[in-house]
Write a protein that binds this ligand. Structure first.
Ligand SMILES: [Zn+2]
Length: 298
């Protein structure tokens, strides 16, 4: 027992440090996205995913869905791949908005999703020169990030990072409210601090309230490698209509904000999870009908 009591504080320290340094849905948001994904992968896609996962994942995609946040300082080039910015407007275009600070084209979350999807399509081919384990972990993470509305926000305020607010009594910034605070408050207020209950609740909505929307979620009318440009367009639209709305420097956000925005956030987690599953099914199991029978109401 002595050794456990020594290890636990260190573990908590590591976990809390990694949560405070993340940028993207917090660890919990990414975990939930990938937990939902796991449920909707076909057998063949599951086999390929498990084959590619690193041993540390223990066969579970959700275990490594925050890996990209952990390496963003080691792989400095990857930092701009977590988001995209617009010049203060509520629409997204790849050509104008998808680049890094040096204006290298496609170095944003949309380009990253397209790029890692293309790499993963080489799975099983002897000519694949890519580290597909990393490609999979990047793709799973960025599909989460692109659905967090403020990951497609305004350049001037760095997606809400420079907008200082209070979340109830605590000082934080608007970006962090969407990455972490709203999920934490929901966990505490609605789900008895149990992430499994929250995931189950989202899944109930997928087969219930949102069931009629699923086909729309899983398709897009653009002829691009993936539907990522559409996801980015949705996010900047939601940023304008909900995340930024009625928020200025030093605004205190409480129940009004939480209750009107939280449903949007839960839906984005559901969309990210389902769409990642559809994408991975299309990569690893092209003959599988992407509209998973598991989604149909009996
Ligand atoms: Zn991220």
């Amino acid at each position: 027992m002595g050794s456990i009591s020594c290890v636990l504080p260190i573990l908590f320290l590591v976990v809390s440090l990694s949560i405070s340094s993340t940028d993207g849905w917090g660890k919990l948001g990414h975990f939930m996205v990938c937990k939902i994904t796991e449920k909707y992968l076909s057998e063949n896609a599951t086999r390929a995913v498990v084959d590619l996962l690193p041993p540390v994942a223990g066969g579970e995609l959700a275990a490594v869905c925050s890996w990209a946040d952990e390496v963003r300082f080691r792989y400095r080039w990857s930092s701009p791949l977590h988001y995209a910015n617009t010049p203060g407007v509520c629409d997204f275009t790849v050509k104008r908005d998808c680049h890094n600070a040096k204006r290298t084209q496609n170095m944003c979350v949309v380009g990253a999703i397209n790029n890692y999807t293309a790499q993963l399509r080489t799975y099983g081919k002897s000519s694949s020169g890519y580290n597909l384990t990393e490609s999979l972990m990047f793709l799973a993470h960025f599909m989460g990030d692109i659905h967090q509305p403020l990951h497609v926000g305004f350049l001037d305020d760095e997606g809400g990072n420079t907008i200082l607010v209070r979340w109830y009594r605590r000082k934080t910034n608007l970006h962090h409210v969407w990455d972490v605070s709203m999920i934490e408050t929901a966990m505490k207020d609605f789900y008895n601090k149990d992430e499994n209950i929250m995931i189950e609740s989202i899944e109930r909505n997928i087969t219930g309230n949102w069931a009629d929307d699923i086909v729309d979620w899983e398709t897009c009318n653009r002829k691009t490698v993936t539907c990522a440009p559409q996801y980015a367009s949705e996010s900047i639209d939601l940023s304008c209509k909900y995340a930024y709305k009625d928020v200025e420097q030093n605004t205190t956000l409480t129940d009004d904000y939480f209750f009107s925005r939280y449903p949007i956030m839960e839906k984005r987690i559901a969309q990210a999870g389902l769409r990642l599953a559809t994408l991975l099914n299309s990569i690893f199991d092209p003959s599988f009908n992407s509209i998973n029978p598991g989604l149909q109401i009996a």
